[in-house]
Design a binder for this molecule. Structure first.
Ligand code: AKB
Length: 324
């Protein structure tokens, strides 16, 4: 095996206009220099995006190869993906983007000596047979969503490329990500973001999950911190590679509402569970992330209280500026 793991110098991000990509792009530009980050997505860029931007459909391997060569890329954050709820409506699309898109990248990475790839997995890799409380690092992986299936395959593919070809693929099983810049799209945990926008704009929200649906979540600043810690960890410290459990906060809608009400007492919620309830019911409630803690120093900064206060502050300011 040829180990290609190296420093992070020239970065390409796929899915850079999505929920995580929008904030990761700026974060990486600050850390590694604006000239060393190339944002790509299938959509048109927003006016306020700074730095290099290129249109890229991850299914177009030739274009991916061309960009990686042209910008002399050594590190890729591969965020382009279809999430759980959209995946259940379009399983063919989810497989195509999540697996064929990733295979395109792995092939080009191997050819062009791209040394590091970040490929997010998800709590969706787990299924109904997995222990739901403090879900262990090593456990049953029998997801029932196509998104979850693609995440398990992605973890295995990344590990295969690492062991066989030395492409240093790293990834964590992300909980639901809560953020206030770009909205998420097509996920089952999206309620935990939508609720803040509706709380600020209308002081009420209709939730598509039942009140007692506890799920693992993470606030964006912690999510970005985890990406950085994992990608910068010395390779000799890592016993796992593509599949780190990542825990931060666990709550259900009732607990989230109680915390929002400490800031907006008039806020009300109604519940109309839909097909996403079944997906949520197949996922863990809390995560054992001791491998991430011991192998790359992971710990969260934001608990439920701190996350809610910050979300309402930032979105409240955006509302005042007429941005919501
Ligand atoms: C989703 O809800 O599909 C995602 C995830 C947990 O990976 N946010």
């Amino acid at each position: 095996m040829v180990l290609m793991s190296g420093d992070i110098n020239r970065i390409l991000i796929t899915g850079a206009l999505g929920q995580i990509g929008s904030e990761l792009t700026v974060d990486l530009q600050k850390t590694y220099g604006i000239d060393n980050v190339v944002a790509t997505d299938i959509k048109e860029p927003k006016d306020d995006l700074k730095g290099a931007y290129e249109k890229l459909d991850v299914l177009d391997q030739d274009r991916m190869r061309q960009l990686i060569k042209e910008y002399d890329i050594d590190t890729v954050y591969h965020l382009a993906a279809i999430l759980s709820a959209t995946g259940e409506k379009r399983p063919d699309l989810a497989w195509n983007i999540n697996i064929n898109g990733f295979c395109n990248l792995l092939t080009v990475a191997k050819e062009r000596n791209v040394s590091k790839i970040f490929h997010p997995s998800s709590i969706a890799a787990f299924g109904p047979e997995t222990p739901k409380i403090n879900t262990p690092q090593e456990t049953v992986l029998k997801p029932r969503t196509i998104y979850g299936v693609t995440k398990v395959v992605g973890e295995l593919l990344g590990n295969y490329y690492f062991e066989k070809w030395g492409v240093d693929v790293r990834g964590a099983r992300l909980p639901g990500v809560i953020s206030n810049v770009a909205p998420p799209g097509g996920g089952t945990t999206d309620y935990a973001v939508e609720i803040f926008y509706d709380a600020i704009k209308h002081q009420k929200y209709t939730c598509f999950l039942k009140p007692d649906t506890k799920l693992p979540m993470i606030y964006m600043p912690d999510c970005l911190k985890a990406f950085k810690q994992l990608m910068e960890a010395p390779i000799e410290n890592l016993k796992h590679h593509t599949d780190y459990n990542l825990g931060a906060i666990s709550f259900d809608p009732t607990e989230l509402v109680a915390e929002i009400k400490t800031h907006i007492p008039e806020f009300t919620i109604t519940y109309e569970p839909d097909f996403r309830q079944k997906i949520a019911d197949s996922w863990p409630k809390s995560i054992d992330d001791s491998a991430a803690r011991s192998e790359w120093g992971w710990s969260r900064d934001y608990d439920l209280k701190a996350m809610v206060a910050d979300m309402l502050k930032v979105l409240g300011e955006r509302y005042q500026r007429g941005e919501l």
